[in-house]
Design a binder for this molecule. Structure first.
Ligand code: G3P
Ligand code: MG
Length: 261
């Protein structure tokens, strides 16, 4: 890895498919995002009780489905029966929780790029990373820009490295550790995991602008989430941040391929 390593991703990434315009992490959301012209998507992946990777942000089912309790206690058959759309709007009533494999196949069929956030159930970080790596190494062809794997959990990225060492990893950080006012610990952690990217809550880039050059100097691309305000986006781009993850798919207009690096 070097600072000049190819980075085949666009600047803009649609968060959870289509932000708030469709029920997050459903195939309907990714379809809507693609219809708006988006070409790279973030999603949240975790394991079902029977070992199937599926898309859901929360550890529990209540907020975004008509199910109850910890999501990881259910098998995929039961999860697939849930209504993951009605909470959003009537137009999406009956939308299903998809497997990660279904989203991968959708992306491959449509020439779309993927950022899979490994969002493990409690206590399952390493094994979830391992499973995500295994699935993507098996399904994603070598001649397409590889999925970017990311996680707040270092052990999830380590698990992904164990099964898919060639897939690029990005360390997610929401806040710097108490006592650390800069990103040194995050940079060290990203280096230890051989990451290609540091993906921060965008406010951290704004609060620590010198960190962009530090990360670039360490051969890390700089991404920020969740950037929903145009003024923030302009400031981040001005700082040299390489990628912006946003909910506002109707507001920002990705300029492909002009915004690719
Ligand atoms: O992957 C970026 C972002 O999705 C991380 O936060 O809570 O929206 O998954 P969250
Ligand atoms: Mg996420």
């Amino acid at each position: 890895m070097s600072s000049t390593s190819a980075w085949p991703y666009p600047r803009w990434i649609a968060h959870r498919g289509a932000g708030a315009l469709a029920p997050e992490n459903t195939l309907e959301a990714f379809r809507l995002g693609a219809r708006h012209g988006w070409r790279m998507f973030e999603c949240d992946a975790k394991l079902s009780a029977d070992g199937v990777l599926f898309l859901l942000h929360d550890s529990t089912l209540e907020r975004t489905t008509n199910g109850h309790g910890p999501a990881g206690r259910h098998g995929m058959g039961a999860l697939a029966q849930l209504d993951a759309g009605s909470w959003h709007s009537r137009a999406y009533a009956g939308a299903a929780i998809p497997t990660l494999e279904a989203l991968v196949r959708f992306c491959l069929a449509n020439g779309l790029l993927l950022n899979v956030e490994i969002k493990p159930n409690p206590g399952q970080a390493w094994q979830t990373g391992q499973a995500v790596g295994e699935l993507l190494a098996r399904l994603w062809p070598d001649d397409r820009p590889a999925p970017l794997l990311s996680s707040f959990h270092p052990s999830a990225l380590d698990g992904a490295r164990s099964t898919a060492p060639a897939l690029p990893r990005g360390l997610l950080v929401d806040d710097f550790a108490t006592g650390s006012t800069d990103g040194d610990a995050a940079l060290a952690q990203a280096a230890a995991l051989e990451c290609r990217a540091l993906i921060l809550n965008y406010r951290l880039w704004l609060e620590h602008p010198a960190l962009v050059a530090q990360a670039h100097g360490a051969a890390l691309r700089c991404l920020g989430y969740t950037v929903n305000d145009p003024a923030d986006a302009r400031r981040l781009i001005g700082l040299g941040v390489d990628g912006l993850i946003t909910d506002r798919i109707e507001l920002f207009v990705p300029d492909y391929p002009g915004d690719c690096r």
